[in-house]
Design a binder for this molecule. Structure first.
Ligand code: PLP
Length: 451
């Protein structure tokens, strides 16, 4: 299956076409040189020069079942041979069956799924539903968050990616979420962090005006902004505030849903039930674009006799749904959720703590399941980040050096700001996982030089 070979002519052609004609997302076009990828299998992908890489970022934390999973490929092929596409207004076997499977793993009372093309439009539509049902407009989201790059989704996003898109949707207000390692509330324990973050959120609600707020949207475990695990009681507290003030709670499960932390939906780990759930990525490992909103009863009932004004031509695409159904089968057959919990606690967690103990540049390691971050600092005492906030170019050199060392050793890392994330495909061989953690261990010596 693995076909790593050298083909420099093809590589030159791929690179030339890409550089001449592909306008890349989130990039200054003249400053990038995207790597031509020749193929992939499981947790590995390779270039045209004979180099292969362990994929420790799962292609934007998307490829939960790895590259070229035979069951997903076969399901797409079979569906393509039968009915390649059909408009969203039609009833369709795989779409209906997938919606049923999704509701079966959601909490009681979630019986309807609205399919989208990805994560951003799932969030757009969840907000649209909350606004229509509550008759209110404002939405609260965290500073440390990413919710997508479409119009409202980029406004919901708290991190610097929203800056160039502002003012955007003027009805979004930001609040600080909990971040135990760098507490914005000067707290000294996770419990205190949860309590103070909730007080801050309640003040934000009061000052923004509960009568104006339709929804609060939260990544259950904050993803690209740091793998921030909610401290005990935080999400339950958010639920209580939402109930008290008549606000909808939207759980953004785009990155963490469908297995990343060892649960179907990450909020199940924290024993809380939102009003709307958004998902994408892991539902079918992005083999064909798919996302969606799982809708609780009260919200679904509102649209029984009132039209829901939204939808896209490709929503609930049969090829995407077929891959989603195959995903459920693989998860059940291969015990993926159990595997994630096992590898997370037995292999990743102890190994990362051991790595942290030896590298002075490691300030914190945190995570759950197969979703971890190593946070790099200049000084463990002061916790000064190894690179300044939102660093780019020369300023980011210490972290770029870690990434380059990983690549030299055959691992493609997920590096963001002053962190190295560990998010390989959930199907990675245990040996490869251990090998990859070893590569990161060695690469961190680069960061130690800047301490
Ligand atoms: N929400 C979260 C938490 C994400 O991580 C992402 C993408 O990384 C999105 C939403 C946007 O998803 P998409 O890129 O499919 O639109």
């Amino acid at each position: 299956m693995t076909d790593v070979s050298i083909d420099l002519d093809t590589e030159a052609r791929v690179r030339a076409d890409d550089r001449a004609h592909v306008f890349h997302s989130w990039s200054a076009q003249a400053l990038i040189d995207p790597m031509p990828v020749a193929g992939g299998n499981g947790a590995t992908f390779w270039d045209y020069q004979g180099n292969s890489f362990l994929d420790f970022g799962s292609q934007l934390v998307n490829l939960n079942l790895g590259h070229q999973h035979p069951d997903l490929v076969a399901a797409i092929q079979e569906q393509a041979g039968r009915l390649a596409t059909i408009a969203p207004a039609m009833a369709n076997d795989v779409r209906g069956e997938l919606a049923r499977r999704v509701t079966e793993v959601a909490p009681d009372g979630f019986e309807k799924v609205f399919f989208t093309n990805g994560g951003a439009d799932a969030n757009e539509n969840a907000v649209r539903m909350a606004r229509l049902v509550t008759g209110k407009r404002k939405v609260l989201s965290m500073y440390r968050s990413y919710h997508g790059s479409t119009s409202t989704a980029i406004s919901l996003t708290g991190d610097p990616r929203r800056w160039a898109n502002e003012p955007g949707d003027g009805s979004v207000a930001k609040f600080f979420g909990p971040y135990t390692y760098r507490s914005p509330f000067h707290s000294s324990s996770p419990e205190e962090e949860a309590q103070r973050a909730l007080q801050h959120l309640e003040q934000t609600i009061v000052l923004e005006g509960a009568s104006t707020i339709a929804a609060i949207i939260i990544e259950t475990v904050v993803g690209t902004n740091g793998v921030l695990i909610p401290p005990p009681g935080y999400l339950n507290g958010v639920r209580e505030l939402c109930d008290r003030y008549g606000i909808m709670y939207i759980a953004d499960e785009v990155m963490v849903g469908f297995g990343r932390i060892g649960q179907w939906f990450a909020f199940q780990e924290f024993d809380v039930v939102p009003d709307l759930i958004t998902f994408a990525k892991g539902i079918n490992s992005g083999y064909v674009p798919l996302g969606g909103v799982v809708i609780s009863e009260r919200i679904a009932a509102h649209f029984d006799t009132v039209m829901f004004p939204g939808g896209l031509t490709y929503s609930g695409h049969p090829l995407a749904c077929a891959a989603g159904l195959a995903t459920f089968e693989v998860f059940d057959r291969d015990g993926i959720l159990e595997r994630v919990r096992d590898l997370g606690s037995r292999v990743i967690e102890p190994r990362l703590h051991e790595i942290a103990s030896r590298h002075p540049s490691v300030g914190d390691v945190r995570g759950i399941g197969m979703f971890w971050a190593i946070e790099l600092v200049k000084d463990r005492e002061t916790r000064e980040p190894l690179v300044p906030f939102n660093a780019a170019g020369a300023e980011a050199a210490p972290v770029s050096a870690v990434a380059a060392a990983c690549k030299r050793d055959g691992l493609w890392p997920f590096v963001h700001f002053n962190r190295v994330h560990v998010a390989p495909p959930l199907v990675i061989d245990e040996d490869d996982l251990v090998r990859g953690l070893g590569i990161i261990d060695r690469a961190l010596s680069q960061a130690d030089e800047y301490v």
